[in-house]
Design a protein. Structure first.
Length: 310
């Protein structure tokens, strides 16, 4: 199984605000929350959003993870951080996610103070050991997140189901569009479930600790759905990096119980989204957003082609 070359700088895809870019009043308010002045701030430049995401070290030696966005200049990011704060508050303590400590919202800014955890992103190209560790974490998390905590969480189909329509509109002229449309049309049925699904499981949203711990970060887009969805989404990166996901699927405690056609439904649904996204105009404050969408499109197409015999 050949890998698809990565044409974006892994771990350096974001153009983010830095600590120094926050208004002085916001920095002062944050330092009061932290209980000590910030003496160092290191930006986390993975991901694709422009908001601040930094590990700050305080004069007392403590470390914290901060997210911040302007409600005027970065409204999409600020809204996403508000959603993340609400979801983090509802996560059971058994879910391996950094904990929300506080939220500061004033003067047109949203700032999240999040627990700092010591860890690294999965290696790229993906390794079997990192995949196994992340996969085990997602299986355990699915159990802890069923039924989905919190109220008013939309379903996978309610939030993302419209992607299926792309195959009969914008993508109708592409090869295998008719077959993909028929598959993706079943996403409501296939994705149904009562698990809180993260929906954005990628290497830049995962941290692995030296002791075998794995944390799932960036809870911006959670929905209710089938317990196996995050475990499948995780495989896009490893599949693109050349790992044997066919064997992984066969041995996986959740995915091995899913009908092969249902897996294809989810893949066709995701393929439609990334195919359409890759062709959208470039985003100036997220220069690699379309590039990564194109890479994921290519991974999903080859994966589905292999499974469907195209």
């Amino acid at each position: 199984m050949s890998a698809i070359p990565v044409d974006f700088p892994v771990g350096r895809t974001a153009r983010r605000l830095g600590w120094v870019h926050l208004p002085p009043a916001i920095r002062s308010a944050v330092e009061r929350r932290l209980g000590s002045p910030v003496v160092e701030a290191v930006s986390c430049d993975a991901g694709f959003t422009p908001g601040l995401a930094s590990v700050v070290t305080c004069a007392d030696g403590s470390r914290h993870f901060l997210k911040a966005a302007s409600t005027k200049a970065q409204k999409v990011a600020a809204d996403a951080y508000r959603i993340e704060a609400r979801r983090l508050r509802t996560l059971p303590p058994t879910v391996p996610a950094p904990r929300l400590r506080w939220v500061h919202e004033a003067d047109d800014w949203v700032v999240l103070g999040i627990e700092y955890v010591e860890g690294r992103a999965p290696l790229r190209p993906w390794t079997p050991d990192d995949l196994a560790a992340c996969s085990r974490m997602l299986v355990d998390a699915a159990g802890a997140l069923t039924p989905a905590p919190g109220l008013g969480v939309p379903t996978y189909a309610e939030e993302l189901g419209s992607w299926a329509e792309l195959w009969t509109t914008r993508l109708a002229g592409l090869p295998h569009a008719h077959e993909c449309a028929a598959l993706a049309a079943r996403i409501g049925e296939v994705s149904a479930g009562e698990t809180l699904v993260h929906c954005d499981v990628r290497d830049d949203n995962l941290l692995l600790g030296d002791g075998g711990e794995v944390w799932l970060c960036d809870w911006n887009w959670p929905v209710r759905g089938a317990a196996w969805l995050d475990s499948l989404i995780l495989l896009i990166g490893p599949r693109g990096d050349g790992l044997d996901v066919k064997g992984h699927l066969a041995e996986h405690p959740l995915l091995s119980t899913v009908a092969s056609e249902d897996v294809d439904v989810a893949l066709a649904h995701l393929l439609g989204y990334f195919t359409a996204s890759a062709d959208l105009p470039r985003v100036s404050n997220s220069p690699y957003l379309r590039t990564i969408a194109g890479w994921q499109r290519d991974v999903l197409f080859r994966w589905l082609a292999e499974r469907r015999g195209w």
